[in-house]
Design a binder for this molecule. Structure first.
Ligand SMILES: Nc1ncnc2c1ncn2[C@@H]1O[C@H](COP(=O)(O)OS(=O)(=O)O)[C@@H](OP(=O)(O)O)[C@H]1O
Ligand SMILES: Nc1ncnc2c1ncn2[C@@H]1O[C@H](COP(=O)(O)OP(=O)(O)O)[C@@H](O)[C@H]1O
Length: 200
């Protein structure tokens, strides 16, 4: 921590008051999984479904955030750690502001994800493991990146020559190589309903 002589100022409007005003809770839904597992596709559809139910939500996506806030970061383990730390802080602010916040980052290291969990209020961090075999993700290869990684054009690619650490106890697992997109979306929305984050 480099900053010193700083003081926290409380707001008169609490997170609970914001949630009450909006009529729903404001968890962070943290999608994690391999490139090509379906994080972006799924989070876009969940965001749309929430919007159509008048639930205020916002999505933070790896590729998008790396165009702006995190454009000075690459894919070394240190940079990925800093990427996830910043996103965790931003997601926590959005959650505090009363938004259902969806994040779609590979977030390959368990320790980095757990640090974000620690930032949040209990029950406000929903880790969703977007589970998909490497074989299927590589077959999909939506951006042609696995091909580049296999040919050596990209190094340090998750799943090929960089690690992905599966969550030990995620709140939810969606198996996108076993389910349709519609089924995966429904399982996220049902989780939110069954656990009283949004109205049934
Ligand atoms: N070396 C390497 N490894 C993994 N991914 C790579 C790499 N280089 C570029 N890309 C592209 O960057 C997207 C992943 O960014 P993230 O911010 O989600 O990564 S991380 O959480 O910091 O690991 C990832 O997006 P998704 O495919 O949507 O996961 C890729 O498009
Ligand atoms: N159940 C599913 N959930 C999400 N995506 C799926 C599913 N089944 C197939 N797909 C396809 O898999 C690909 C996932 O790509 P993308 O969402 O960019 O992954 P990621 O963001 O994890 O890199 C898309 O082409 C999507 O249509």
């Amino acid at each position: 921590m480099k900053s010193t002589n700083i003081t926290w100022h409380d707001s008169k409007v609490t997170k609970e008051a914001r949630q009450k005003q909006k009529g729903h809770k404001s968890p962070v839904i943290w999608f994690t999984g391999l490139s090509g597992s379906g994080k972006s596709t799924l989070s876009v559809e969940v965001e749309k479904a929430l919007y159509e139910s008048n639930i205020h939500s916002y999505r933070l996506d790896g590729d998008n955030v790396r165009h702006g806030l995190n454009k000075n970061l690459g894919f070394s383990p240190e940079d990925r750690k800093e990427n996830i730390r910043r996103i965790g802080e931003v997601a926590n602010l959005m959650s505090d502001a009363g938004l259902v916040t969806l994040t779609a980052f590979i977030s390959p290291y368990r320790e980095d994800r757990d640090e974000v969990r620690e930032l949040m209020d209990e029950k406000e961090f929903i880790e969703v493991y977007v589970k998909c075999s490497l074989e299927e993700a590589e077959k999909r290869d939506p951006k042609g990146l696995y091909k580049k990684a296999r040919s050596g054009e990209i190094s340090g690619f998750t799943g090929i020559d960089a690690p992905y650490e599966e969550p030990n106890a995620p709140e939810l697992v969606v198996e996108t190589d076993q389910q349709t997109l519609e089924e995966s979306v429904a399982s996220v929305i049902n989780y939110l309903r069954e656990n009283d984050y949004i109205d049934a």
